[in-house]
Write a protein that binds this ligand. Structure first.
Ligand code: KIV
Ligand code: ZN
Length: 531
């Protein structure tokens, strides 16, 4: 029996490896929002988390399995080290999913075995089949990853993979854990596996790689040419260190260069069948959602989803594009869902028009969230005559997808100018319901606000990133503020959008502090259980 699909399977790990990016941690509602967007995007598998890592992770995987892992939805996957406890947690968290997968891993490189695991190669050869077989007792769909495969001895790798497949692994994933390999080396590893693992036709070869040398996407494409059929990737390429291979880059490379890749999948060179199941028109929206929820800003020159990806600045390019788009454009902005920035709504637009446009944009809100978002829309429309799709997106991201409002900003006022010391006054409602007022001067208005907020909230932290960006052009544009702060070596992000950037700055800071507060309270609770 051969297990090779005639297309490329997209395995999204934004919610697992992506969430391991510093400061990208998400709460359950935010994870659910992203999981829904990924399902709409058409990914085949969502790696929803690492259930044994914490109670929060377990619960998030379970909720995603329940709500997104439906009959026609994607497969929901949970990560597990090759241990009984990890695999059991994953199996239990995934129970509600219609299609579930356990992804278990154990390192195979000598450097990991010697220094990290303190295990021998013989240990690995014993553990892998046992743990794969145990995972099979929870689901038929089991993936095995030899961690740090990119630096493992190929002959040992073949042995481990053969045992994993014999024990029932239906996918074998080949991680370049440290982003060390080059495209031709990585392609050769995949070819070596195809040629030397006797039962490889019973499993799908998957690739997973980090971007430390900026080569992850190139490596994957070379792997596809050599037989890989599953790509593990994240939206905007977020992930550990320099991140993972970016989903949007892989998908668009396979889409735009379909004729080049067709023969490697045994297709006619001119076949117009898509190579993936992804609805490319959902790419831009999903990228924006992940960016605003994780606080991981997309660099303007980022391929596919960066603000400049479809902008032509030089006169020669603009002239060429006006004469014929194909002179300088290899893909259409609309193919990733980047529509013209239409003016869609205004002050007099009603709730129905608002809801209809949100649905068209792909936001399906509960009645309660819709009410909240509509009130915000009215507020914004009072200040800004024309509301575009991008404004609507910012309103929804700000109003609905916020960290729990434990500290709530009730009032912020600033006085500043070139002849006065910037002074901020704030009123904050605490999680206990107390209303506290304070004031502070600062080097600028934002510094004054943050100092005033710190006096009330009183959680030590270091602000490590502050960015303000306008949502649309025009003097009345909304401003989006993204911030990141550090507390005990962990990073927390906050996001807010408002026509007043001072208000957005204050709200973004409060939103990050709320995430930090939740983490502190969770740690206190965990310490209580341990003690
Ligand atoms: O990078 C890596 O090796 C991983 C494994 C758990 C697949 O993320
Ligand atoms: Zn990884």
């Amino acid at each position: 029996m051969t297990n090779q699909p005639d297309r490329i399977i997209i395995f999204d790990t934004t919610l697992r490896d992506g969430e391991q990016s510093p400061g990208a941690s998400l709460n359950v509602d935010e994870k659910l929002n992203i999981a829904r967007a990924l399902a709409k995007l058409g990914v085949d598998i969502i790696e929803a988390g690492f259930p044994h890592a914490s109670q929060g992770d377990f619960y998030a995987v379970q909720r995603i399995a329940e709500t997104v892992g439906t009959e026609h939805g994607p497969t929901i996957c949970g990560l597990a080290r090759a241990t009984l406890k990890d695999i059991k947690s994953a199996g239990e968290a995934l129970k509600p999913a219609f299609k579930s997968r356990i992804h278990t891993f154990l390192a195979t490189s000598d450097i990991h075995l010697k220094y990290k695991l303190k295990k021998t190669r013989a240990d690995v050869l014993a553990i892998v089949p046992e743990m794969v077989a145990y995972a099979k007792t929870f689901t038929d769909d089991v993936e095995f990853s030899p961690e740090d495969a990119g630096r493992s001895d190929p002959e040992f790798l073949y042995q481990v993979l053969e045992l994993a497949i014999a024990a029932g692994a239906t996918t074998v994933n080949i991680p370049d854990t440290v982003g060390y390999t080059t495209p031709s080396e990585y392609g050769a590893i995949i070819k070596g596996i195809k040629d030397n693992v006797p039962n490889i036709d019973k499993a799908i070869i998957s690739v997973h790689g980090h971007n430390d040398l900026g080569l992850a996407v190139a490596n994957f494409l070379e792997a596809v040419k050599n037989g890989a059929r599953q790509l593990e990737c994240t939206i905007n390429g977020i992930g550990e260190r320099a991140g993972n291979a970016a989903l949007e880059e892989l998908v668009m490379a396979l889409h735009v260069r379909r004729q080049y890749f067709n023969p490697f999948l045994g297709r006619d060179v001119n076949s117009t069948e898509p190579l993936t199941n992804i609805d490319t028109k959902q790419i831009y929206k999903t990228s924006r959602l992940v960016s605003s929820l994780t606080g991981m800003i997309v660099q303007p020159n980022k391929a596919i989803v960066g603000a400049n990806a479809f902008a032509h600045e030089s006169g020669i390019h603009q002239d060429g594009v006006l004469k014929n788009r194909l002179t300088y454009e290899i893909m259409d902005a609309e193919s990733i869902g980047l529509t013209a920035n239409q003016i869609v709504l205004g002050k007099l637009s009603g709730r129905n028009a608002f809801r209809t446009r949100l649905v068209e944009l792909g936001f399906e809100l509960s009645e309660e969230d819709l009410n909240k978002a509509f009130l915000r829309f009215k507020e914004v429309a009072d200040k800004k005559r024309e509301i575009t799709d991008w404004d609507l997106e910012a309103i929804v991201n700000d109003e609905i997808q916020q960290a729990p409002e434990l500290f709530r900003l009730e009032l912020v006022q600033v006085s500043c100018g070139d002849h006065s010391a910037p002074t901020a006054t704030i009123t904050i409602r605490t999680p206990e319901g107390q209303e506290l007022k304070d004031a502070s001067v600062g080097t600028g208005p934002v510094d004054a606000i943050y100092k005033a907020i710190n006096r009330v909230v009183n959680i030590p932290n270091e602000l490590i990133e502050y960015s303000v960006k306008s949502v649309t052009a025009g003097i009345d544009a909304m401003g989006e503020v993204t911030i990141r702060l550090k507390h005990e070596n962990k990073t927390y992000s906050g996001y807010a959008a408002n026509t007043d950037v001072i208000v957005a700055s204050a709200r973004a800071y409060i939103s990050a502090l709320n995430r930090l507060y939740v983490a502190i309270e969770a740690k206190k609770e965990a310490d209580l259980v341990i003690n």
